[in-house]
Ligand binder design. Structure first.
Ligand code: NAD
Ligand code: IPM
Ligand code: MN
Length: 349
């Protein structure tokens, strides 16, 4: 009997509390040997007793679990978003989950807002740097509330951070048998940070002669993602640009309800979450699309070495999409629970 995989589950806020349990039903239907432990870290918990994450929280996650499965954090009752910062960005930064891997795959032509674009035309992966950039929260405000107010937000880019995420993108391209890695930045304007990305990309790409490397400024990349998404294999970029282009990329796949992601540090406990947020207006209505969370669970299983189970989930998602056994955002008429239940039934067959 193989040892059970241990997964920490953090549903979080809003629709996270619906899509995560729904996705867990699908994971259970695979019969994989997994033990789940739930944590209530969320806006509710923060408002109740002030806890965002307990003092030993990150060390405990890294020590006791093989992976973390997270819903979303963000709640209008916590306007400072402090709990999301401490829990979500806390995991990414303090657990050093430096590669945010966001696959972009169109499952059915009907889901793409672009004319004549078929599933084989939208199939790439964005690798987003996940521990640096303006997200480090360094900066300050001077003369607040006066006409002379000054706000700064510093953009951190370290040689080590840039190099490891670029190398991750090339290794991923090899693993996925893809031909190209494109680096995107804004080095025509942000010359210091962009200059570092350019130099490191040139150096690392030289170590991968089997992979074609290319570059686009991020504004042009947005245009090309819409005009001709078929040209991309792996895109690597910084934290902020990666955040923005993956919402755009989610739209190519049928919306935020479809997009999956992993926050990865090879060899360490990594965290998996759908790309979407807590969507407060959708919360508690059983209308959120669970596929982003289910596809995320599949990524997590694959990461844990359960490739067969992951593939069965992917096949079942594809069938649900093709037969419109889905929520209304992608053309079906099922609720969150029912849509996930249909996929779970397919998986357990
Ligand atoms: P959001 O992703 O929560 O929702 C934006 C819109 O996308 C929704 O109104 C809805 O139309 C659509 N959508 C998102 N998820 C969907 C789903 N599963 N099914 C169907 N449609 C879906 O983004 P937002 O409204 O900008 O942010 C809401 C809150 O979530 C904020 O507090 C934000 O900070 C937070 N957030 C958290 C995460 C995270 O925890 N990883 C990610 C993004 C946003
Ligand atoms: C995401 C989200 C987060 C980010 C927010 C909620 C901090 O938008 O995961 O894409 O900006 O990284
Ligand atoms: Mn985002």
């Amino acid at each position: 009997m193989p040892v059970k995989k241990k997964i920490a589950v953090i549903p979080g806020d809003g629709i996270g509390k619906e899509v995560i349990p729904a996705a867990l039903k699908v994971v259970e239907a695979t019969g994989a040997g997994i033990e789940f432990t739930s944590f209530d870290w969320s806006a509710d918990r923060y408002l109740k007793d002030g806890t965002t994450i307990p003092p030993d929280g990150f060390a405990m996650l890294a020590r006791d679990f093989d992976a973390i499965f997270l819903g979303a954090l963000g709640d209008p009752r916590v306007p400072s978003n402090i709990h999301a910062k401490e829990i979500l960005l806390g995991m990414r930064f303090k657990m050093d989950l430096y590669a945010n891997v966001r696959p972009v795959k169109l499952l059915d032509e009907s889901l793409c807002p672009l004319k004549g674009v078929k599933p084989e035309h939208v199939d790439f992966v964005v690798v987003r740097e996940n521990t640096e950039g303006p997200y480090v929260d360094a900066g300050g405000v001077l003369k607040q509330g006066t006409a002379d107010e000054i706000a700064t937000q510093e953009d951190f880019n370290t040689r080590k951070g840039v190099e490891r995420v670029i190398r991750y993108a090339f290794e991923l391209a090899r693993r996925l048998k893809r031909k190209k890695v494109l680096m995107s930045d804004k080095s025509n304007v942000m010359t210091f940070a962009g200059g570092l990305w350019q130099r490191v990309f040139k150096q690392v790409s030289g170590e991968y002669p089997d992979i074609q490397s290319s570059h686009m400024y991020v504004d042009a990349l947005c245009m090309h993602m819409v005009r001709d998404p078929r040209q991309f294999d792996v895109i690597v970029t910084n934290n902020m640009f990666g955040d923005i282009i993956t919402d755009l990329a989610a739209a190519l796949q049928g919306g935020l309800g479809m997009a999956a992601s992993g926050n990865i540090h090879p060899g360490k406990t990594s965290m998996f979450e759908p790309v979407h947020g807590s969507a407060p207006p959708f919360a508690g209505k059983n209308i959120a699309n669970p596929i982003g969370a289910i596809a995320t669970a599949s990524m997590m299983l694959e990461h844990l070495g359960l490739a067969g189970e992951a593939e069965r989930i992917n096949q079942a998602i594809l069938e649900a999409v093709q037969q419109k056994k889905t929520t209304s955002d992608i053309g079906g008429n099922l609720g969150t629970r029912e849509a996930a239940g249909w996929i779970a039934d397919q998986v357990s067959r």
